[in-house]
Design a binder for this molecule. Structure first.
Ligand code: NAD
Length: 280
């Protein structure tokens, strides 16, 4: 039986519409500053998509496009200015930064109350505890997709492939908070296939096209594909061999049109949350 496709475009449109209505209903003035350093084409696409989402939701967006040779002092000074700016509720520094800039240092400089990506150590700590204001956007988007399909995580075997700070680790935490039995796999995992085959919910965040094949997937599993890759023909694709895995899974997210749009929708949600925190 072929899997049902979880439509990230539709779910993200719903989330953004809820954000738009909330802003309109309460007459909120919400602003998001997006900082991009250099001219990485993928980063440019993401930044443009974030700007478009702001327009849809009625959030003011302020873009700071800095040249690749920007120094760390200059970037930190901009972050300081944005931290102090009352019209800016959320600050997002698009990653990756050029190599001469220390990403950790820049992220730690953002006020935790404006850290809408939830990458600051203070916010990461809150996510660990389970008492958080900002949801990490990509994992939160994955959870929203799981919920949209009516799937209850409680007691399920959940396997996350990937242990990055921005996807794998927080994803594992969110599944754990919903009482999933969570295993995190990574490049040193032994018998990856066997571990993945146990999963009722399998989340792939590796960054390799065609990584998850049908023989790694249990019949009826829910498969969430976080990967964004280009295949040999240059086409956008995820980590999952979609066609063959869709034959076995009960639910699957496509790439494009799955997790990607959700990440941006959750960013909009976080920006409104930031406004609320700052108004308290
Ligand atoms: P990353 O490179 O930081 O982490 C990749 C992880 O995969 C690592 O933890 C590594 O241990 C694991 N891995 C690598 N090879 C492996 C192997 N052979 N077996 C098992 N695990 C292995 O990447 P990331 O930032 O977590 O992103 C992962 C993917 O998700 C990328 O394709 C990225 O573009 C995509 N992504 C998508 C969104 C979105 O909005 N949809 C957001 C962030 C990242």
């Amino acid at each position: 039986m072929a899997a049902q496709i979880i439509d990230g475009k539709a779910v993200s449109a719903k989330v953004k519409e809820e954000v738009r209505q909330e802003i309109e209903r309460e007459g909120l003035e919400v602003g998001l500053a997006v900082v991009i350093v250099g001219d990485d084409p993928a980063s440019r696409v993401y930044v443009n998509n974030k700007k478009k989402a702001c327009e849809v939701c009625g959030i003011k967006s302020f873009e700071y496009a800095l040249p690749a040779e920007t120094t760390e002092e200059e970037l930190l000074a901009l972050v300081d200015t944005l931290n102090a700016d009352k019209n800016v509720n959320g600050i997002l520094v698009q990653l990756p930064l050029p190599k001469h800039l220390n990403e950790e240092k820049v992220i730690e400089r953002i006020s935790p109350m404006k850290d809408v990506d939830a990458f600051h150590a203070a916010n990461v700590g809150k996510i660990m505890i389970g008492n958080y204001a900002f949801l990490p956007c990509t994992p939160a988007g994955c959870m929203e997709l799981i919920h949209s399909a009516g799937i209850d995580v409680s007691g399920k075997e959940c396997v996350v492939i990937g242990r990055s700070n921005i996807v794998g680790k927080p994803m594992a935490m969110l599944l754990l908070h919903e009482n999933g039995t969570v295993t995190v796999c990574h490049s040193r995992t032994k018998d990856l296939k066997e571990v993945c085959r146990r999963a009722d919910i399998l989340v792939a965040a590796v960054g390799r096209a065609g990584f998850v094949t049908a023989d790694m997937v249990k019949d009826g599993a829910v498969v969430i594909d976080v990967g964004i890759n280009r295949n040999a023909e240059g086409k956008l694709c995820g980590d999952v061999c979609f066609d063959e895995v869709a034959e076995k899974a009960s639910y699957i997210t496509p790439v494009p049109g799955g997790v990607g749009p959700m990440t941006i929708a959750m960013l909009m949600k976080n920006t409104v949350m930031a406004k609320r925190i700052q108004s308290e």
